[in-house]
Design a protein around this ligand. Structure first.
Ligand SMILES: [Zn+2]
Length: 254
């Protein structure tokens, strides 16, 4: 296989890799956005469940306190009756103390109930707020999920097609050259660069004259000493690319 043929295959591979990178970046962005909304929704659901559970618990406690109050007021009633039946002052004083003690306990519970009323109202307000936030988010998700899912499906199909095209190309490249290509691509994002006037098209470093001379003979690949990309010589600058910008070998994705 001539070096020219190898260059053509490598250029096609570099173009496919640029497309693949763009596709997989877009895919992961879409996925992340969707997953972000879904996990926010799950978080809101958890907060709602916690809020409702705590309201339930507080209401149960409040019911217990009300039951105690009813019991106490009948005890107070009984003590009052007892007071009317007292014959001695000593007896009456004892019942009076009992009554005071009961009334104090009664008031304590009333205060507890008032505090619970406030807390339950607060918790209900929070639950309502979270619930309306959840409703908005669920609406948004419902509106976009179908679109996003179908876009994801399309992109995955394209990704699979490009990957199989890529696999076809790999078979045409010398294994050693492909290993070098992959090694640099994994580190740099792109692995192929060219030179026309003695500078690297990817990193723009000026090459040593000896290396440039060797490359101009056009019978071997070189390696940029600065960015390690695979280098070859081009007689003309490709259309649409100025010297500082090699087609298909830009380091940034589309
Ligand atoms: Zn370079």
């Amino acid at each position: 296989m001539t070096i020219q043929a190898q260059i053509e295959v490598l250029e096609s591979l570099a173009a496919i890799d640029a497309e693949l990178k763009g596709l997989s970046d877009a895919l992961s962005q879409e996925r992340e956005a969707l997953e972000g909304k879904k996990s926010h929704l799950a978080e809101l659901d958890a907060r709602l469940a916690r809020g409702e559970k705590s309201i339930e618990e507080m209401e149960r406690t409040r019911n217990d306190l009300h039951a105690e109050l009813r019991q106490m007021s009948s005890q107070i009633e009984k003590s009052r009756e007892k007071l009317t039946r007292c014959r001695t002052e000593r007896e009456a004083n004892a019942v009076q103390r009992e009554l005071e003690e009961l009334r104090k306990l009664y008031r304590d519970r009333e205060i507890e109930i008032e505090k619970l009323d406030v807390l339950i109202d607060q918790a209900r307000g929070e639950v309502q707020q979270v619930s309306s936030e959840r409703q908005t988010l669920a609406g948004e998700l419902g509106a976009i999920e179908g679109d996003v899912t179908s876009r994801l499906g399309d992109a995955e199909k394209q990704l699979a097609e490009k990957t199989s095209q890529r696999n076809g190309l790999i078979g045409k490249i010398q294994p050693g050259l492909y290993r070098r290509y992959e090694l640099v691509r994994k580190r740099r994002g792109t692995a192929l660069a060219w030179t026309h006037d003695g500078t690297c098209s990817a990193c723009h470093m000026r090459l040593q004259p000896m290396l440039f001379q060797r490359l101009t003979r056009g019978d071997e690949f070189g390696q940029c000493p600065s960015c390690n990309r695979i280098l070859y010589f081009r007689r003309d600058v490709p259309e649409g690319a100025d010297r500082a910008d090699a087609a298909g070998t830009q380091s940034s994705g589309p």
